[in-house]
Design a protein around this ligand. Structure first.
Ligand code: SF4
Ligand code: SF4
Length: 300
């Protein structure tokens, strides 16, 4: 069983309890305006080209068996319709102007990387967190990786946007110690505008997780002007306090650190004029959610 991942981050302390290894899977059904990992959205390996590093040797053009690369005014650019992400052009580039984002990996190979830090997991109460992208969008790979972690008694967490078929969640949930469940907007129209999909499935899945007593922390990215309105905060409070078990809530302040990534990927960044929320504003939102009887923390 193989999957496509784009990073493995060791010694993470923001993706669940203790010291964790976070595995970032590629592919996401949402395209949030504020996404910090634009390289996660496509399910496939992608090649980044940095013209400022290119010395114009033409080796990539010669190495490409699919004749995808052409010299243009923007340098040696690959035609996305021809490129299959094989990476041959990356390996011949002498100046690291081309870089592969994403790699195929077997569960066995991934477990070898994860097992390096078992000692830290044991000492800190940590474990492994599957994030993305959307980990539930590679259900077979995720299931096998979680199963292997369980066999090795490694604690598991899944960081999800919640947009997945119920049968996938039903398979994954018993193998997962903790869900970090993103909740963005209560209004389905606004949710569709800012993420590309309605929130109906997401809210139903969150209800199902709590009804079935799977441990879940709800993470809310606070994006000024998008989801910090009184109406949304009240809607979130009402919804979460009405669930079978009130989940803990973690508020995550928006920050614009991904701007450079969007530039590299030549993707438009639609939120670049928004400033991060002030600490007082976060505290105010936290206070308002606590009035619904919720336990709220800030900062992940
Ligand atoms: S990744 Fe492969 S197919 Fe794509 S441009 Fe490079 S060599 Fe050609
Ligand atoms: S191989 Fe690298 S340095 Fe040479 S032309 Fe291609 S991108 Fe530029």
């Amino acid at each position: 069983m193989t999957g496509v991942i784009f990073d493995v981050k060791r010694y993470s302390i923001h993706d669940g309890p203790g010291i964790r290894t976070t595995v970032f899977l590629k592919g996401c059904p949402l395209s949030c305006w504020w996404c910090h990992n634009p390289e996660s959205q496509s399910a496939f390996t992608e090649i980044i080209y940095r013209p400022e590093r290119c010395i114009g040797c033409g080796a990539c053009e010669k190495a490409c068996s699919r004749d995808a690369i052409r010299l243009t005014q923007r340098g040696y650019v690959a035609d996305p319709d021809r490129c299959n992400g094989c990476g041959d052009c990356v390996s011949v580039c002498p100046s690291e102007a081309r870089e592969s984002v994403g790699r195929e990996i077997t569960v066995k190979e991934l477990l070898k990387e994860i097992e390096k830090d078992v000692l830290f997991f044991d000492e800190s109460g940590g474990g492994v967190t599957f994030s993305g992208g959307e980990p539930l969008s590679q259900p077979g790979f995720l299931e096998e990786a979680l199963r292997s972690c369980c066999e090795l008694e490694i604690r598991t967490a899944v960081d999800t946007c919640g947009f997945a078929p119920r049968h996938v969640l039903e398979t994954i949930a018993p193998l997962t110690r903790l869900f970090l469940f993103d909740l963005k907007l209560m209004d389905p129209v606004l949710h569709r505008k800012y993420t590309g999909v309605s929130n109906e499935i997401i809210l139903e899945n969150l209800e199902w997780l709590t009804e079935n007593r799977y441990e879940t922390v709800v993470r809310i990215p606070v994006i000024p002007g998008v989801n910090d309105t009184e109406e949304n905060i009240q809607g979130v409070g009402r919804f979460l306090s009405g669930l079978s078990i009130k989940p803990d809530v973690d508020l995550l302040a928006y920050h614009a650190s991904a701007t450079e990534k969007y530039r590299r990927f030549e993707m438009p960044y639609r939120l670049q004029d928004i400033a991060p929320p002030h600490e007082d504003h976060l505290r105010d939102i936290s206070d308002r959610l606590e009035m619904f009887g919720l336990n709220v923390s800030t900062g992940g």
